[in-house]
Write a protein that binds this ligand. Structure first.
Ligand SMILES: Cc1cc2nc3c(=O)[nH]c(=O)nc-3n(C[C@H](O)[C@H](O)[C@H](O)COP(=O)(O)OP(=O)(O)OC[C@H]3O[C@@H](n4cnc5c(N)ncnc54)[C@H](O)[C@@H]3O)c2cc1C
Length: 371
C-alpha cells in the first residue's frame, strides 16, 4: 500500500476538495477535527506515515490490494463487487418501531447483532439539528434513534476511532461506500503494527450515489424552510427527479436540479455504489416502498441475516432478476463515470511519484470503461 503522512493528506485530499468528511482521520490524534461536514487539521505534523492517510478513502486506495486482503480475491471491477446473493428484506414483527428510511433492514440487523453480543457497540449516524453526527451505541434499544438517512456526508468513523482508542474491539459500523472503504483499510493493518487486532466485527454498508455538502445544504434549505421542522429526507427513484423533505406539517418537494450543485464534488470520483467492502450492503428497493435491497457479501453477513430472520427481526424474500439487472447497470455506470472523472483530474493510478486517489489494474480500468 502507498501510505504517506498527514502533510500528504492535507495537500492531496483536504486542499483539493476530495475530503468527504467521513471521520476516518478524526480521533486518531488530537490534530484532526470535524465540524459541520468539514474536516480540518489544527496543527502541522511531519510524520512520514500515519493512520490518518492510511485509512482515508480518498488517498491511495488500492482496490486490488484491498480486495485481496478483505475477500482473498483480485478486484475484478464487476458492478456490484464480491457477493453471495441479493435478496429483498424489511424489519420483522419483533423489531421496535422507528422512522426507518425504507424497510428498516439496517436497524434490524444492527439490533440483532447487539442483542446477541456479536458486537459490543456500533457506530451509527444521528443528527443534531440538520447536522449529521457520529454516535456510538451500546444498547440495542437505542439503535432506532439513529434510523433514517441524513443525505449529507457524515463523520461516523470518528466514533469508530474513538472507541478503538478506548480499547474497544468487536465493533459494528454502518456507513456509505466511502466509509466502508475506509473501514476496510482500518481492518487490514496498513501500518503493519505488531500489536494490531481487527476491531471491526460487523460492517453494514449503505448504497450511495452521492451525498450533499452539509453546510451548503443547510444554507440552501434555511432560505426555504424551518430547519427544526425537518423529520426526514428521501430521493425517490427516477423519473421523480425530486428530493422530498418530510416536515412536522407535511412534505416539501425540491427539484433535483436545485440540489445537484451542492453534491459533494468528491462523490463524482467514487467508483462504488453498493459499499463493496461491507459484510452486508443495504439500499432501497426501487418500486417497492417499505422494502430494502440487500447484498450479502460475507459468511458473517449471511449468518446475521439468518439469525435476524430466525428471531423474527427480519423478513426476507427473493429479489426479482430484473431489479438485480437494473441495480447492476446503475452501479456499472457509476464506476465508469467515476473513472472518467478520476482520469480527468489525474487521480487514477498516478506514476512517477505522483499520488493517486484510486489505484486499480489497467485491464480492469479498460473493462469498466468498455461497459
Ligand atoms: C448519503 C446517502 C446516500 C444514499 N443514496 C442511496 C441511493 O442512491 N440508492 C439507494 O438505494 N440507497 C441509498 N442510500 C441508502 C438508503 O437511504 C438507506 O440508508 C438504506 O436503504 C437502508 O434503509 P433502512 O430502512 O434499512 O435504514 P434504517 O434502518 O433507517 O437505518 C439507516 C442507517 O443509516 C445510517 N445513516 C444515516 N445517514 C447516514 C449518513 N449520512 N452516513 C452514514 N450513515 C448514515 C444510520 O446510522 C442508520 O443506522 C443512501 C444513504 C445515504 C446515507
Amino acid at each position: 500500500m502507498h501510505v504517506f503522512g498527514s502533510n500528504e493528506l492535507v495537500e492531496d485530499v483536504l486542499k483539493t476538495d476530495l475530503c468527504v468528511g467521513c471521520g476516518a482521520c478524526v480521533n486518531l490524534c488530537p490534530y484532526y477535527k470535524t465540524w459541520r461536514g468539514k474536516t480540518a487539521r489544527l496543527f502541522p505534523c511531519d510524520l512520514p506515515r500515519g493512520r490518518c492517510h492510511a485509512y482515508c478513502p480518498k488517498a491511495e486506495v488500492d482496490l486490488d490490494e484491498l480486495s485481496r486482503k478483505i475477500w482473498q480475491t483480485t478486484y475484478d471491477g464487476s458492478p456490484l463487487g464480491n457477493h453471495r446473493k441479493i435478496i429483498a428484506a424489511r424489519a420483522g414483527e419483533k423489531m421496535l418501531p422507528g422512522a426507518f428510511q425504507a424497510g428498516g433492514t439496517v436497524s434490524a440487523l444492527v439490533t440483532v447483532a447487539l442483542r446477541n453480543g456479536l458486537i459490543d457497540a456500533v457506530a451509527l449516524t444521528d443528527r443534531q439539528g440538520l447536522t449529521p453526527v457520529a454516535r456510538l451505541i451500546t444498547d440495542w434499544r437505542e439503535v432506532v434513534n439513529c434510523a433514517g438517512t441524513k443525505l449529507m456526508a457524515a463523520p461516523t468513523l470518528a466514533a469508530v476511532n474513538e472507541a478503538v482508542g478506548q480499547g474497544r474491539r468487536r465493533l459494528g459500523v454502518v456507513g456509505t461506500a466511502c466509509q466502508m472503504t475506509a473501514v476496510a483499510q482500518m481492518r487490514t493493518n496498513p501500518l503493519e503494527e505488531e500489536d494490531f487486532s481487527d476491531p471491526i466485527a460487523l460492517a453494514v454498508g449503505l448504497f450511495c450515489n452521492w451525498s450533499l455538502d452539509t453546510r451548503q445544504f443547510q444554507q440552501f434549505l434555511s432560505a426555504k424552510i424551518d430547519l427544526a421542522a425537518i423529520r426526514g429526507m428521501d430521493v425517490p427513484p427516477p423519473p421523480a427527479d425530486i428530493l422530498v423533505l418530510t416536515t412536522d406539517t407535511g412534505t416539501v418537494e425540491i427539484p433535483l436540479s436545485q440540489i445537484k450543485p451542492i453534491i459533494a464534488q468528491t462523490c463524482f470520483t467514487c467508483p462504488d455504489m453498493t459499499a463493496e467492502f461491507a459484510d452486508v450492503s443495504v439500499g432501497m428497493f426501487e418500486g417497492r416502498p417499505g422494502w430494502n435491497t440487500v447484498i450479502v457479501r460475507s459468511d458473517k453477513g449471511a449468518e446475521l441475516i439468518e439469525k435476524a430472520r430466525g428471531e423474527k427481526y427480519l423478513e426476507t424474500e427473493a429479489m426479482p432478476e430484473e431489479n438485480i439487472a437494473h441495480l447492476s447497470r446503475a452501479a456499472a455506470e457509476k464506476k465508469a463515470r467515476a473513472l472518467r472523472m478520476l482520469m480527468r483530474r489525474n487521480l487514477l493510478n498516478n506514476k512517477n511519484g505522483r499520488h493517486a486517489a484510486v489505484r486499480m489494474p489497467t485491464e480492469i480500468v479498460e473493462r469498466i470503461l468498455k461497459g
